[in-house]
Write a protein that binds this ligand. Structure first.
Ligand code: GLA
Ligand code: GLA
Length: 673
């Protein structure tokens, strides 16, 4: 067994650094230069050939590996490891022409045309056959190549095509439902088929929730979403199994999209199927606090990796090319974003992409080697980042530990936002994000956990808009409170069961006894309506009529439709306490609830944030008797932090106070572990 320190992902020494490398877009002399530049930047891993299908198999069954052979050899002789794609992300034009039924279908029954990447139905047997054949050909060719370190299956599977409504998908959906329910009567009961006369008399009548004259059944939609995530996972598994059969000892990954932009895949189901959890993360240029969202996604990815090492497989060196306004990164921001992921457990920092594409839809996307070439600031920053990551190699394999956990549940995201719903302003990520931000600002690390995870080890647990809840999850949260933890439950938690049926006996059925607060009625607020709270703050989006059943009011609605009634309640359970927050409270109020829960549970941040200026982020990674304090200054004043140890990026000792300028990052190997 290798020592923990420096092991990390197990595919490179120290931290992995590099990006998507698409050499089929350039001539040999450019690729020669690439190798020299990669060496200069200390790149040690590239994701190669992600979109190379039409270059590798220009005609059905006719393979051409000559160019890829040379690239692989060049990388091997430069000492760069390869995360080799099986190149199935974008079926070539010949494939779509030959198999027009493989094209994905939208909800309204129109088919997408070929013409861009990922133009396939996840359930298409023709696609699966062709993809597995290509995978086998690549794996056979490179199985013993010295550069091969890891397999990169497809690319962001389901990113564009997760929900396919075609007849092939319909047949697969029915098979999936038969496995789930076995009996048609059970399906009818679970779905509430009697409502609107939707009881099925034969399996063949069941279709995907295609465009219909009136709103769909939420249970039908939820199962279709589960099926669609599983159908994409089947594509991954089929390709992965080909790789495993040919190279059993090479790790296999695929890049997840844990981001606010994509919600179609339930990655809790996917994570156990990969050898290395890898994520792609892109900032939302319109979000002024995108660095907090970045932390959340990194924490969620670490959760998917069960706390172990994971790879940031893609982020952007600067602007992306697919948002309405593709804002470039400020000087130093690329370093800060990169090390923020490392601060939260990433053992690899990779980019899309190595060299900017002259043509194609991503020609205006930033790259490590920009159109401006190597006399640019971007390139200097790429080299600096490579040097910094090299110096941080010893943190690879160390882990974070947290006393706070927050549930994250794709099913709740799907179900809460399925129309018809009580308010279009109910957005799952808003509720999750509000509470995450409050912990972030309190400087406390949060583990993000699945609904199926036992939260017992944590001192503080947040249940934000956990709309779908099963009996087991509700019981585990209740046990937690009985054990002395602080629990925060928000509105729209525990409302429906796994069949999207309202849990009986009064809302919120899943957590009613635990919170001691019975919701008599929902009061969605009007657009932009704000209500005042007696405690001095405000709230928006939502209000509720609450009848206390053992809980005390912590704050009360001062006006609005529920004036005079409780807005936030608290119920003691021995040493534990459960807060119920019935509305979307403003930042100060949310922060007060969170700090109250932290104080009661005695949870403190890694450095005292009371003295730290706003925007300072601190995390600690440790293992094997060493510990590393990551400090990132997202604010605009210098931060002074008391630390003692060795700062790794500048490679110098620090004793006493460290001054961290606005925008800067420090990583301190702490004295005494
Ligand atoms: C109409 C329909 C009812 C019901 C209500 C809901 O009146 O006839 O079946 O859907 O709308 O507001
Ligand atoms: C995704 C894809 C990449 C590229 C980037 C651009 O992450 O996986 O191929 O398109 O977006 O931001």
């Amino acid at each position: 067994m290798l020592p923990l320190m420096g092991r990390g992902l197990g595919v490179t020494a120290g931290l992995a650094y590099g990006g998507d490398y698409n050499p089929e877009q350039w001539d040999d002399d450019v690729c020669e230069e690439d190798l020299a530049l990669m060496r200069e930047a200390r790149v040690n891993l590239v994701s190669l050939g992600v979109f190379a299908w039409s270059s590798l198999e220009p005609r059905p069954g006719e393979f051409d590996f000559g160019r890829l052979d040379r690239i692989m050899d060049g990388l091997a002789s430069t000492g760069i490891s390869v995360n080799l794609a099986n190149a199935t992300a974008s079926p070539p034009p010949w494939f779509s022409r030959r198999y027009p039924e493989s094209l994905p279908m939208r909800r309204d029954g129109t088919r997408d045309w070929p013409g861009a990447r990922q133009a396939y139905c996840p359930s298409s047997p023709d696609f699966r056959r062709a993809a597995c054949a290509l995978t086998a050909a690549i794996a056979e060719r490179y199985r013993s190549h010295p550069a091969l370190a890891m397999w990169h299956v497809s690319n962001e599977i389901g990113g564009h095509n997760a929900l396919c409504y075609c007849d092939v998908s319909a047949a697969e959906f029915r098979r999936w439902l038969r496995r789930r329910y076995g009996d048609l009567d059970d399906l009818n009961a679970a779905w509430g088929g009697v409502v609107w006369s939707r009881s099925y008399s034969s399996w063949e009548e069941i279709l995907p929730p295609r465009q219909a004259p009136s709103p769909p059944n939420p249970a039908h939609v939820l199962d279709f979403r589960r099926f669609s995530s599983d159908a994409c996972l089947e594509v991954y598994r089929a390709e992965r199994d080909v790789l495993r059969s040919i190279t059993p000892s090479i790790p296999v990954t695929t890049n997840f999209m844990v981001t606010r932009f994509v919600r179609d895949l339930d990655y809790w189901d996917w994570a156990p199927e990969v050898d290395v959890v890898a994520n792609d993360h892109y900032l939302d240029a319109a979000d002024p606090d995108a660095h907090i969202e970045l932390s959340f996604c990194a924490d969620l990815t670490r959760g998917l990796a069960s706390g172990g090492p994971w790879a940031l497989m893609e982020h952007s060196p600067g602007a992306v090319s697919w948002q309405p306004r593709n804002v470039a990164k400020a000087p130093g921001q690329m370093m800060r974003n990169s090390l923020q992921h490392v601060a939260r457990g990433a053992d690899g920092v990779m980019f899309f992409q190595w060299r900017a594409s002259p043509s194609g839809p991503e020609q205006h996307h930033s790259a490590m080697v920009p159109h401006a070439g190597v006399t640019s600031r971007k390139w200097r920053e790429v080299v600096d980042l490579g040097r910094a990551l090299g110096r941080l190699g010893e943190v690879a394999g160390t882990e974070l530990s947290a006393e706070v956990a927050m549930f994250f549940d794709w099913e709740s995201w799907w179900a809460l936002e399925t129309r018809p719903r009580p308010s279009v302003d109910l957005r799952y990520l808003d509720v999750v994000g509000d509470f995450y931000r409050a912990f972030w600002e309190a400087g406390v690390t949060v583990d993000v956990i699945a609904r199926s995870t036992d939260p017992l080890p944590y001192r503080v647990v947040v249940v934000p808009a956990l709309y779908v809840v099963d009996v087991g999850a509700a019981r585990r949260v209740a046990e937690l409170a009985a054990n002395g933890a602080s629990v925060i439950v928000t509105f729209m938690s525990g409302v429906v069961d796994e069949s999207a049926s309202v849990i009986g006996g009064g809302l919120p059925g899943g957590f009613r006894d635990l919170t001691g607060a019975l919701v008599e009625e929902f009061h969605p607020l009007r657009e932009n309506e704000v209500v005042n709270l007696e405690g001095g703050g405000t709230a928006a989006v939502w209000a509720e009529t609450i009848r206390s059943d053992g809980a005390a009011a912590v704050d009360t609605y001062a006006d609005g439709p529920t004036a005079g009634g409780p807005a936030i309640t608290m119920r003691e359970h021995g040493d534990g306490a459960v807060w119920y927050v019935s509305t979307r409270t403003d930042r100060a109020v949310t922060s007060r609830v969170v700090r109250g829960a932290l104080a009661r549970a005695g949870v403190k941040p890694p450095i005292p944030m009371v003295t730290a200026p706003a925007g300072l982020e601190a995390t600690r990674r440790s293992g094997d008797g060493r510990s590393y304090l990551f400090l990132l200054n997202h604010g605009d004043e210098t931060a002074h932090v008391r630390v003692s140890g060795h700062e790794l990026i500048s490679d110098r000792p620090v004793t006493g106070a460290l001054g961290l300028k606005a925008g800067d990052v420090a990583v301190v190997r702490e004295d005494g572990g």
